[in-house]
Design a protein around this ligand. Structure first.
Ligand code: SF4
Length: 239
């Protein structure tokens, strides 16, 4: 089997998973971080007009290149991505008590910032849904090597799907280039993984693709809480 046919099988499987979610798990939503993997899923969902909502967490600390993706998506698909923003009082309290960049001070301070700016808005976005979708891949980091395509997300009481779990980085870029999918300009500036501006740096050739995320922490702590409950990764029950 050559490489192209293996890619085509992975693509066909991903489309089948998305179609199954759209028909059997309504209402379902896709949490897009507006990075390359998320644009593959956005393109697959919107071109097929699948019944899956798409939202993004606007943390208030995103790069201008990431925010520019909202206009690119509107221009390409005539669709507005729904934005969920942090509670303003919670952000103001954190900044007043700890400072605007306190996430550099400790893992706990970083996780508290992620809780306010990402986890609480995510919980609002997932309210009353039957399933949610992410663009995570196994090959992305030490924390994702056992990622399943379908998981029982006990914390949110719903199913969680990672339809790109077995995709390689080459698969992602092959899809983007062959389908003219718009992508975040930061990917051309050494950012394979993109988060908030103060917590993401460009990486050097040969570094792990998530080495630029919270680079001052050790690899095992590098999740934002979106996929973590009570300090543990939510990989409780792969299906
Ligand atoms: S990634 Fe950084 S700025 Fe963004 S929510 Fe987490 S700690 Fe805060």
């Amino acid at each position: 089997m050559n490489e192209t046919s293996e890619y085509e099988i992975r693509l066909a499987n991903t489309v089948a998973i998305l179609e199954k979610i759209a028909s059997e798990f309504t209402p379902a939503v896709f949490a897009s971080s507006l990075a390359a993997e998320d644009m593959v899923l956005t393109d697959l969902i919107l071109r097929r007009q699948l019944n899956i909502g798409i939202f993004s967490l606007e943390t208030g600390r995103l790069h201008k290149e990431t925010l520019a993706m909202l206009d690119k998506i509107r221009a390409t698909y005539a669709v507005d991505i729904q934005l969920f923003k942090p509670n303003l009082d919670a952000v103001e309290d954190y900044v007043r008590q700890h400072g605007v960049n306190a996430f550099y001070d400790s893992v706990n301070m970083r996780k508290e910032c992620c809780r306010i700016r990402k986890v609480e808005p995510l919980n609002r976005a997932l309210k009353d849904k039957k399933a949610w979708i992410t663009g995570q891949r196994r090959a992305q980091s030490a924390t994702r090597t056992e990622l399943a395509v379908q998981e029982d997300d006990v914390a949110h009481a719903m199913q969680k799907f990672n339809p790109l779990a077995d995709w390689s980085e080459d698969d992602v870029w092959h899809y983007i280039r062959s389908n003219n999918v718009p992508y975040n300009a930061l990917h051309d500036k050494g950012y394979p993984s993109i988060g908030c501006e103060p917590c993401t740096r460009a990486i050097q050739p040969g570094e792990d693709v998530r080495a630029g995320r919270w680079w001052w922490e050790n690899p095992e702590s590098k999740e934002c809480g979106l996929h973590v409950v009570d300090g543990k990764l939510v990989r409780i029950k792969a299906i």
